[in-house]
Design a protein around this ligand. Structure first.
Ligand SMILES: O=C(O)COP(=O)(O)O
Ligand SMILES: [Mg+2]
Length: 228
């Protein structure tokens, strides 16, 4: 198996998966909720392509980037009451519809089934808040593969901090040295590097508009099933 080859002879026991841009194309629903929030707050809609480049560092950063764009100010200055209001509106709209246009990427179910049959443990480590993550996993029938879910608000820190990956390993009961991270962005590569675990990336996901090859993952594939 390709992923096991990244472990220098150690057995592969668990896989840690990013969600947005890796397992699921979630941007249509994220962009829809963001645009509804922007309009409700009196700003212009941003559209799906911009949202795609803003996803990856959690809902707070997404909204901060959208507000900075709407007001034509620096991201660091998009704070205070306008930010709080836009974030609350985004949460409301995303809560109302977080998955009706969110779909699995090709080959994901087949690959997860193959790993499950091979006895590999699996966890989801996403920067998306947990309360939005569970319904998406359940709706797309991914929850039966992944008993452990770490969200962007499970800990005070998110990827690229390694702590969410380490917590996933602890909850799975598997040493980090027997795991591989699978993601789509520089945040996944950064978190994996910081923990010292190998990282494979899919090229089709979201990486702030840049090729994820620039982040130098250990393995890069164009289709999810190529990982099997
Ligand atoms: O919610 C985000 O910003 C991205 O989530 P991800 O970590 O699953 O890509
Ligand atoms: Mg991602």
């Amino acid at each position: 198996m390709k992923l096991a080859g990244l472990l220098d002879g150690r057995p592969l026991k668990a896989l840690l998966f990013d969600l947005d841009g890796t397992l699921v194309d979630s941007v249509p629903d994220i962009a829809n909720a963001l645009d509804r929030a922007l309009l409700a707050e009196g700003y212009a809609a941003a559209g799906e392509e911009r949202a795609r480049a803003w996803v990856g560092n959690g809902a707070g950063k997404l909204v901060q980037r959208a507000l900075a764009h709407a007001l034509n100010i620096a991201e660091a200055d998009a704070v205070g009451e306008p930010f709080d209001r836009l974030l609350a509106a985004f949460y409301d709209f995303y809560q109302q519809d977080s998955h009706s246009h969110t779909r699995l990427y090709t080959g994901v179910l087949e690959a997860l089934s193959a790993w499950q049959q091979a006895g590999i443990a699996m966890a989801c480590v996403t920067n998306k808040p947990e309360r939005f993550t569970h319904p998406i996993l359940a709706h797309l029938k991914l929850d039966s593969f992944m008993p452990v879910v770490i969200g962007g608000d499970t800990l005070p820190v998110r990827k690229p901090d390694p702590a969410p990956l380490l917590l996933a390993c602890e909850r799975l009961g598997i040493a980090a040295e027997n795991t591989v991270m699978v993601g789509d962005s520089v945040n996944d590569v950064g978190a994996a590097r910081a923990l010292g675990v190998p990282v494979a990336c899919v090229s089709y996901g979201y990486n702030h508009g840049a090729p994820v090859a620039d982040a130098k993952p250990d393995l890069l594939v164009d289709d999810f099933f190529d990982l099997v």
